[in-house]
Ligand binder design. Structure first.
Ligand code: FE2
Ligand code: FE2
Length: 350
């Protein structure tokens, strides 16, 4: 029997991601505050650029959490720490140097959490690696930010302690250290400042690739616990993806894609839900279990092919880039809402 759709280690990673988001908001607030509290042009420039990166990275973090598919609350200790430090930053007890010093420690925490999640994901499964892929961009940028912050700390620290200016050439040294990270950053999900979001085809394709990976992983293992874990994720992801398509995408494409083709997509998804519940009630170590999974995989495969060929063409031909990006934002919000509902429901059943 599939007793639960939740897997402990997947939830644990979900909590860490939620904590990163909370910390990311504090990083953004801090940088806005530093921009108000400094009149050094060099330092302002650096914080302005860092703030831009961090705001963009908050969006990427949102995408990662939704793609990961497990919404969780951050640990209480993180929430409390963020609150406490937020207060301290707004107060006048600390000098600017001391505030930036705390900020650098927070950046360090964000880097290490990101890197640890990345390493943990490698142990959990290929689908998790796929979902959290864009986290790499954030990790590399944060490493570069740390180098910048070291420079800022040197300038502010020397000034506060001695009233004199730091050595000339400090920013050149920072630049050299940062060069070590350049060229590594790059991802399909990188959002330029002119772009509101990814286009809708790309985000739908990410989901399709993820579910295919989950099917492959499930069929390749005979470990009952792994089978249950992968099925739990397939169940949640398919449900959330299909509901979000039905709320946001299908109604928008219907006028261009036609009633009968659109209806076909709705009907197929209704059948996925029947199959999912049938599988959920089947013993995971029985031979029928994998047979039913294969049947679901075939149906999902046909459905995906239709969406990625004709439906995507209808979107390309009838929606502007802006409209497509707006659809993505709505699609992600609809997914996030469903994921939160599911997390609440499974919390009530425990
Ligand atoms: Fe679909
Ligand atoms: Fe789809």
């Amino acid at each position: 029997m599939v007793a639960t759709l939740d897997d402990t280690k997947r939830s644990a990673i979900g909590m860490k991601l939620a904590g990163m988001k909370e910390l990311q908001n504090l990083l953004i607030e801090n940088e806005q505050l530093f921009l108000r509290e400094t009149n050094d042009a060099d330092i302002s420039d650096r914080f302005r650029k860092m703030l831009e990166d961090d705001q963009k990275n908050l969006g990427i973090l949102d995408t990662v959490i939704v793609q990961y598919g497990v919404q969780a609350q951050p640990e209480k200790t993180i929430t409390e720490m963020v609150q406490k430090l937020g207060q301290l930053m707004k107060g006048s007890e600390l000098s600017l140097y001391e505030k930036v010093f705390q900020h650098e420690l927070l950046k360090h925490q964000q880097v290490m959490t990101g890197l640890t999640i990345h390493k943990a994901a490698q142990k959990v499964g290929a689908d998790v690696m796929l979902a959290i892929g864009p986290l790499n961009t954030i990790n590399f940028e944060n490493r570069a930010h740390q180098e910048q912050l070291k420079g800022v700390l040197e300038v502010l620290g020397v000034r506060e302690l001695t009233g004199q200016e730091a050595d000339q050439g400090i920013w050149a040294r920072v630049q050299d250290a940062m060069a070590a990270f350049s060229g590594v950053v790059g991802s399909a999900v990188t959002q330029g400042s002119d772009k509101q979001d990814m286009n809708i085809q790309d985000i739908i394709r990410l989901d399709h690739n993820k579910v295919n990976t989950l099917f492959t992983q499930l069929l390749a293992t005979d470990d009952a616990q792994k089978i249950q874990e992968y099925f739990g994720q397939i169940y949640k992801d398919l449900l959330v993806h299909s509901i979000a398509e039905e709320k946001v995408v299908y109604p928008a494409v219907r006028p261009f894609y036609g009633d009968s083709d659109t209806q076909e997509l709705f009907d197929e998804q209704a059948h996925f839900r029947v199959l999912l519940d049938e599988i959920k009630a089947t013993n995971a170590s029985s031979p029928e279990f994998k047979d039913k999974i294969r049947k679901l995989m075939d149906e999902v495969g046909d459905h995906i092919r239709q969406e990625e060929s004709t439906m995507f063409a209808a979107i390309r031909n009838n929606f502007s880039t802006e409209q497509s990006e707006q659809m993505t934002t709505k699609f992600k919000a609809a997914k996030s809402e469903e994921q939160q509902k599911m997390a609440q429901m499974s919390g009530m059943m425990k």
